[in-house]
Ligand binder design. Structure first.
Ligand SMILES: [Zn+2]
Ligand SMILES: [Zn+2]
Length: 345
């Protein structure tokens, strides 16, 4: 199974040739629920982690808000099973049974935040040969992404750690990595997904363009409104048509341009060498947005997102960043092992 993004509704580099040099490739990952092995690229799947190497732990401060007690990976999996089972029953019998209620109540009561180091959670692993927009350091062909599933003081999303390695050098694979005794939110536990990488072309969000070019893009976007039907995607949205349809794809991806949304662009510079960092990996809440239908792959267009669908086809990884945003990871272009940064966008 592959995933194929439909062609963009216009070739914007032909319409506005000044955009042509700004074209960048990105690899959409298209994560979908499945049972990945350590030898496959995945989101939320098992990592090809050497049994001889200690599993990383976080030594930060772990506290959960009083009204939202911490949970655990095992409880989140159980809760998801109960929800899925209920949704799959015929309409009218989807309420929880007394036994299910008892389990859900027990899980909702939460569990204490752990004292001491907390095992990181596997978030993704990507083989470079499948994801061409990754830029590995010399000798590496596998990227592994883990995070501590807590918001640390002063931070508003999980702290990620990146590991580059050579798959051939791994040897014996760790089969049962330690699990954190607690995580802050169920939204921080990724559901195991296979990925179906697809390379596409992106352009910067209008807000990243110089004022002249931005004005041209907005004028062009406004003309697209002509003839648009009320209620259609490009009706009354003249300033955002380019942003929505032509610049940056929704969902998980490697490379490309940053999905700036609620803040102005904040360029990220490498704290070791000062180079301007570039978008490396987007950890997304949603694969689709209601106002960005044209990015939905042909293969998924029949699966209209229904309230009753579980999991939601728009959110196959079950991860939520903030109120539904992205965690954008930036890397140093010249030295992939320099520390990365991450912004919510
Ligand atoms: Zn931590
Ligand atoms: Zn650097």
């Amino acid at each position: 199974m592959t995933r194929t993004t439909p062609p963009r509704p216009a070739d914007i580099a032909v319409v506005l040739p000044r955009l042509a040099p700004l074209a960048r490739t990105a690899t959409r990952l298209h994560p979908r629920p499945g049972s990945p092995s350590p030898q496959e690229s995945s989101v939320g799947g098992p990592l090809l982690w050497p049994s001889a190497e200690p599993w990383p732990h976080c030594e930060g401060t772990h506290r959960a808000p009083a009204l939202l007690p911490a949970t655990s990976p095992a409880d989140v999996r159980l809760l998801r099973e109960i929800r899925a089972a209920a949704r799959n029953r015929p309409q009218g019998s989807r309420s929880y049974s007394p036994q299910e209620h008892a389990v859900v109540d027990r899980i909702n009561a939460g569990r204490p935040c752990p004292e001491g180091p907390v095992a990181l959670l596997a978030v993704a692993q990507l083989y470079v040969h499948e994801v061409p927009d990754l830029r590995p350091p010399e000798g590496a062909d596998l990227l592994q992404v883990l995070w501590c599933a807590f918001d640390h003081p002063g931070e508003n999303m999980p702290r990620t750690e990146l590991f580059w390695r050579s798959a051939a050098a791994v040897g014996d694979v760790l089969t049962a990595p330690p699990q954190p005794p607690a995580i802050q939110y169920d939204d921080y536990l990724p559901e195991p997904c296979l990925v179906f990488p697809e390379q596409i072309t992106e352009y910067p969000r209008a807000v990243e363009l110089d004022p002249d070019l931005r004005a041209q893009v907005q004028a062009w976007s406004a003309r697209q409104k002509t003839g648009a039907k009320p209620g259609s995607a490009d009706y009354g949205a003249e300033d955002t048509y380019y942003d929505r349809e032509l610049s940056v794809a929704p969902g998980w991806k490697a490379g490309g341009w940053a999905p700036w949304s609620f803040t102005d662009p904040a360029p990220q510079d490498c704290r070791v060498c000062g180079s301007r960092m570039e978008p490396m990996l987007t950890i997304a809440t949603k694969e689709r947005h209601v106002d960005m239908h044209s990015w939905t792959p042909y293969e998924d267009q029949a699966a209209v997102s229904m309230d009753t669908d579980y999991p939601d086809p728009a959110r196959p990884t079950m991860i939520t960043i903030g109120d539904g945003y992205n965690q954008q990871i930036y890397a140093c272009p010249g030295a992939p092992n320099h520390p990365h940064t991450a912004l919510m966008q």
